[in-house]
Design a protein around this ligand. Structure first.
Ligand SMILES: NC(=O)c1ccc[n+]([C@@H]2O[C@H](COP(=O)([O-])OP(=O)(O)OC[C@H]3O[C@@H](n4cnc5c(N)ncnc54)[C@H](OP(=O)(O)O)[C@@H]3O)[C@@H](O)[C@H]2O)c1
Length: 275
């Protein structure tokens, strides 16, 4: 992969899962990394791993749902490194359940992180990205192409990201900024261990079997490579590619499969019950 020595990557949601793995991947290809999320102690661990790989790391506590925090983090990043080349708008979580069991506040909470959090990230990083002709990656999902029952808040939020990436692709191109829509299928992380408030449920079970879930480092490598290559879109995981293909060319087949099997979106994480 292209060397990114002297370049700087800014990642939201870098305290675990795909974001933390992307931080390590950027370090491997020579970039310095600004890692942001709410859990500072976890960010310090990620920053230590980045330094062990020979790159500089700046861990910054930053909540994407709070106005002004991203601007403050970007200000600190520029002060420390003098530039921003790659931005991964990655922070997110999932609100799950059938519509009749959810409230408007559940949808609002989902959008506040997955949609408005991404908008705040774009707003705070747009100018340095234009200045350094950088790359902006927006974390969508296969759920931004296919909406299953019991997953409407998450799917709605990711459909919004698909649309935002498409608009920004045209708007930022004339300024020399590449926009990449990132759409993973199942990847191993903490996402399916969180409840509808976004709280981590220690010891909860991942409903996705390990064989179907892509290794986090493999996913991060594919995402960083696509961002470096300034691709418009990257669909991560084989099952994700198949599903998006089917949705595009034979949506009736997917609908028939979903109706027949009763497949649905995931359930909110619950503590494991001892038997
Ligand atoms: N894993 C998958 O199967 C999968 C598939 C498709 C898309 N995605 C997307 O990938 C992204 C990363 O998720 P993941 O799978 O790596 O899950 P994860 O391990 O739970 O990571 C989510 C990250 O987002 C951060 N975050 C959550 N709310 C935040 C907030 N308000 N402000 C700042 N940071 C916040 C979390 O850190 P703190 O709690 O420390 O703030 C954490 O670092 C998400 O956008 C998710 O929708 C994941």
């Amino acid at each position: 992969m292209q060397n990114m020595l002297g370049k700087v990557a800014f990642i939201t949601g870098a305290s675990s899962g795909i974001g933390a793995a992307m931080a390590r991947e950027y370090a491997r290809i020579g970039a310095d990394v600004v890692v942001t999320a709410r859990r500072k102690e976890r960010l310090d661990e990620v920053a230590a791993a980045v330094r062990e790989l020979g790159a500089e790391a700046l861990p910054l506590a930053c909540d994407v749902t709070v106005d002004g925090e991203l601007e403050a983090a970007v200000g600190e990043a520029i002060e420390r490194f003098g530039r921003l080349d790659h931005v991964q708008a990655n922070a997110g979580f999932g609100v799950a359940g059938p519509f009749h069991k959810l409230t408007v506040d559940d949808y609002r909470r989902q959008f506040e992180t997955n949609v408005f959090g991404v908008l705040r990230t774009v707003a705070a990083t747009r100018e340095p990205l234009i200045q350094f002709k950088g790359s902006l990656a927006l974390m969508g999902s296969i759920a931004g192409f296919i909406a299953l029952p019991d997953g409407s808040p998450y799917c709605m939020s990711k459909f919004a990201i698909t649309a935002l990436a498409s608009s920004l692709y045209f708007e930022l191109r004339p300024h020399g900024v590449a926009v990449t829509l990132v759409a993973p299928g199942f990847v191993t992380s903490e996402i399916r261990h969180r409840d509808n408030q976004g709280a981590l449920i220690e010891g909860s079970e991942d409903p996705v079997p390990p064989w179907l879930s892509m290794d986090t480092d493999v996913a991060a490598r594919q995402i960083v490579r696509a961002t470096v290559k300034r691709r418009r879109q990257v669909i991560v995981t084989k099952h994700g590619k198949v599903l998006v293909f089917l949705q595009r060319y034979t949506p009736w087949l997917l609908r028939a499969f979903a109706k027949r099997t009763g497949v649905s979106g995931r359930k909110p994480a619950k503590a494991r019950t001892s038997s």
